[in-house]
Write a protein that binds this ligand. Structure first.
Ligand code: GRF
Length: 221
């Protein structure tokens, strides 16, 4: 008997390019896709992510509150098994974190633990990276816990910082790496290949942490 597909909820506050990359990747996997996107949830009514969900024929829900019972009830009603945060700016209620332990992930546009935490989102991250003068940045995919950007790290990709970078040019380069890394990790998580052990250790992410290009993905520009 084949394993049932995971039912994925994607939470996004912004334009939703990471959401789109997940939708595209799962569609490209076709019948081999380990997941279907059951619902896209945004705290912002005008989020581009909601438009992208509607365009793909996926349930799009504006949830202006992060009250735990509201979010938890929606996830339960949609039989959600896994959650991917994709530019979602609110903290996830502890009740939801507990219910989805090891099945909720996020992508952050810096090499955590550097340049993470409260207030470190969007262009603020890349401005801080440029101010610090570091030479390498890149995305981090991590499990989510009750604090911003502190869950166990699953994988990171180095992206060079160039001398003439602005926050916008650096953000674009890091975002391109996010689009390669994140959908593949979400798929591996939904397939049960990546797990979070009780001691906080991440298992099964080796293929994403090697020096080699991600299987099936073009090299980071
Ligand atoms: C990405 O840079 C992601 O790392 C961060 O928020 C941004 C979302 O971009 N968490 P998008 O809405 O997916 O285009």
């Amino acid at each position: 008997m084949s394993t049932p597909r995971a039912r994925l909820a994607i939470l996004a506050s912004g334009g939703g390019s990471n959401l789109q990359s997940i939708l595209d990747h799962l569609r490209n996997l076709g019948t081999a896709s380990p997941a279907e996107v059951a619902v896209v949830i945004s705290d912002r009514f005008a989020a581009g992510a909601l438009d992208r969900a509607r365009a793909a024929g996926i349930l799009a829900v504006h949830l202006p509150t992060s009250e735990s019972h509201t979010l938890a009830a929606l996830l339960e009603a949609q039989d959600v098994t896994h959650i991917a945060l994709a530019g979602y700016l609110r903290l996830i209620p502890a009740e939801v974190i507990t219910a989805f332990a090891g099945r909720i992930v996020n992508v952050h546009p810096s090499l955590l633990p550097a340049f993470g935490g409260p207030g470190m989102y969007g262009r603020h991250v890349h401005e801080a990276v440029l101010r610090a003068g570091i030479r390498v940045s890149g995305p981090t995919v991590h499990f989510v816990d009750t604090r911003y950007d502190e869950g166990a790290i699953i994988a990171q990709r180095p992206v060079p910082v160039q001398a003439d970078d602005t926050p916008a040019t650096l953000a674009a380069r890091v975002l391109a790496a996010e689009h390669q890394l994140y959908p593949r990790i979400v798929a591996a998580l939904c397939a049960g290949r990546i797990t979070l052990a009780a001691d906080g250790t991440v298992r099964g992410a080796e293929e994403f942490t090697s020096e080699q290009a991600i299987p099936g993905a073009p090299p980071v520009p």
